[in-house]
Design a protein around this ligand. Structure first.
Ligand code: HXC
Length: 277
């Protein structure tokens, strides 16, 4: 693979990492960055079609990647995944709990199933995957877990009761397991990404069919104006911004870091606190 602009070539050579939800969006940025640095990445997600093309792209660029189809809500399947990765690749150095689900919905209208789906993917899934890699990391004398959190629960965030509750739980797990498993050399950290313009975000900026739109309107321009108005560093984040933090935590530079939650958002949530936007 081509050289990384920040980290040295081969920084993560010989390491094996699992990235849940690693085939799309932020997860793909994380997987790609780790593979660029020599890690063998195992992309784990529900959708085989996404997995296959992501693996092919990483391998075509000279990286090492394989895929496992798994729903992180299924504890038995998650345990089988960890066993399979260990059997095939001999170790598990890193788990990135990136798989997540959410949608905006009035709390009073959330059905039991809707609430449960998000809590089970974001919180149960994070716990099941982390618990599943524990025996392998313990046996090899250490490992790293990086879970994806968010910043929305730092304040009240209407219409996101399910996701904010789940991610607050992820933060709690991060701190608790960091202390509980430190004796095994397992570092547990979390990242809280800010706005990354995934397809869903672009869709939110795209006027519905038939809406009156002036000739000069463009989705890219509208998104740029929004970023300049709401993000102190005046740009959207990229999957690579997030991937680089994970690479840092997976590297020896992260040796003395555990129980930490890193906000990577261009200052967005602090500015929101100030302006209420
Ligand atoms: C309202 C929804 C919904 C939506 C699902 N539900 N999607 N309600 N709006 N967009 C409700 C369904 O009606 C159903 O309840 C219940 O949730 C389960 O939905 P299913 O589709 O049957 O289940 P499942 O396949 O398990 O869906 C998982 C999901 C879904 C998370 C609920 O939305 C999904 O797969 N989303 C794609 C992944 C995703 O959201 N990624 C974003 C991650 S980014 P009923 O009562 O009808 O049975 C992220 C960063 C946060 O998390 C940043 C926030 C700004």
């Amino acid at each position: 693979m081509s050289s990384h602009p920040v980290f040295r070539d081969g920084l993560l050579d010989g390491q094996v990492g699992i990235v849940t939800g690693g085939a799309t969006g932020i997860g793909l940025g994380i997987s790609t960055t780790l593979a660029q640095l020599g890690m063998h990445v195992v992309l784990a997600s529900r959708k085989p079609e996404n997995l296959q093309s992501a693996v092919e792209n990483i391998v075509a660029a000279g990286g090492k990647a394989t895929a496992v189809a798994v729903d992180v809500r299924d504890q038995t399947r998650v345990q089988a995944m960890a066993r399979q990765v260990h059997d095939e690749l001999g170790r598990i150095d890193l788990l990135v709990n990136n798989a997540a689900g959410n949608f905006y919905k009035k709390s009073e209208e959330l059905s039991e199933n809707a609430w449960k789906s998000v809590i089970e993917i974001d919180l149960y899934g994070t716990f099941f995957c982390t618990q599943a890699v524990f025996p392998y990391m313990k046996a090899q004398g250490g490992g790293r877990v990086v879970s994806t959190s968010m910043t929305l629960h730092y304040r009240g965030w209407p219409l996101m009761a399910h996701a904010t509750a789940a991610k607050a739980g992820v933060d709690a797990l991060t701190r608790t397991l960091a202390v509980e498993w430190a004796e095994h050399g397992i570092r547990i950290n979390a990242i809280a990404p800010g706005p990354i313009p995934t397809e869903g975000v672009r869709k939110a900026f795209t006027p519905p069919p038939g809406a009156p739109v002036p000739d000069f309107f463009s989705v890219d321009k509208a998104m740029d104006v929004f970023a300049k108005a709401t993000i102190p560093l005046k740009r959207w984040g990229t999957p690579e911004d997030i991937g680089q933090m994970v690479a840092y935590l997976a590297s020896p530079a992260g040796d003395w870091i555990t129980g930490a939650i890193f906000v990577i958002d261009g200052g967005e949530w602090l500015a929101k606190s100030k302006t209420g936007m």
